[in-house]
Design a protein around this ligand. Structure first.
Ligand code: SAH
Length: 245
């Protein structure tokens, strides 16, 4: 069944219009019309089913016929990832949704190659959000991760410390333990897990120091050097399996 993203305040209603882009896609591309069913999700835990009532070239009215709430993961996993270059970041955003990350915090790092000038930040955020929404529709994840940043490492470290979450640093240093071992040793009642992944050129010693001073546990993801995007995806897969209810 075709899936449409609908803001929460609208999805609460019995009947509503889809956004123009969603309507055009449903009507013009998929040739859906009155009587056809669509799945609806709002990114905040609601999954619903709707029936198209009236359609125009750019509009579609939907009536909700069933609604359910999916609980958020018991232990939210937050991905702190360096602002990677375009394609790599898109990949990470998409996979983070599929693997159920609660938020993605983009980090400004010294060795990061990508930069977002202030003048472009809003447009970039729109594109990133679009990627997240498409991935949530595709993966049927009714929880859209929050997108934070780009923020400096020092700010992300401070937030992590205040949150009380377990902070984990994916590191190439010599003193790491396997991620799975570290997760198994965490207290049962940890409110959340934050995993930091460095840029293509790795964290600097200073950035690692900032994260470690904020309580980060240094982990490895095996004996090989992974690309940042691989490291992010692998770490999320391991952590999401660990926190599965
Ligand atoms: N350019 C660096 C590699 C950076 S990898 C070099 O060649 O040495 C980018 C990021 O992925 C790192 O900062 C780290 O957070 C993560 N990463 C990659 N491989 C890893 C591994 N085996 N264990 C833990 N983290 C890893």
């Amino acid at each position: 069944m075709h899936r449409c993203f609908v803001p929460t305040d609208r999805l609460r209603l019995e009947a509503f219009d889809l956004d123009e882009a969603e309507a055009r896609h449903a009507v013009q591309v998929l040739r859906l019309g009155p009587g056809d069913r669509v799945a609806l999700l709002d990114g905040a835990g609601t999954l619903a089913e709707g029936v198209l009532e009236q359609t125009g070239r750019r509009s579609a009215r939907v009536r909700v016929v069933g609604r359910s709430s999916v609980p958020a993961p018991a232990v939210p996993i937050h991905l702190l990832v360096a602002l990677l270059k375009g394609k790599a970041l898109d990949l990470v955003l998409e996979k983070a949704v599929e693997l159920g990350a609660a938020s993605i915090v983009l980090l400004e790092t010294d060795h990061g190659v990508a930069r977002v000038p202030a003048s472009e930040a809003d447009r970039k955020r729109e594109t990133w959000r679009h990627t997240l929404v498409e991935a949530s529709k595709q993966s049927r994840n009714p929880w859209l991760p929050e997108l934070v940043g780009p923020v400096p490492v020092v700010a992300a470290a401070a937030t992590a410390r205040e949150s009380g979450d377990a902070l984990i640093l994916a590191s190439l240093a010599a003193d790491t333990r396997p991620l799975g071992t570290v997760l198994a040793g965490l207290p049962q009642r940890v409110p959340g897990i934050r995993i930091a992944i460095g840029p293509e050129g790795d964290f600097t010693a200073e950035e690692e120091g900032i994260l470690r001073s904020a309580g980060a546990l240094a982990v490895d993801l095996g004996p090989r050097i992974l690309r940042a995007e691989t490291a992010a995806i692998a770490a999320l897969a391991i952590a999401s399996e660990h926190t599965r209810r």
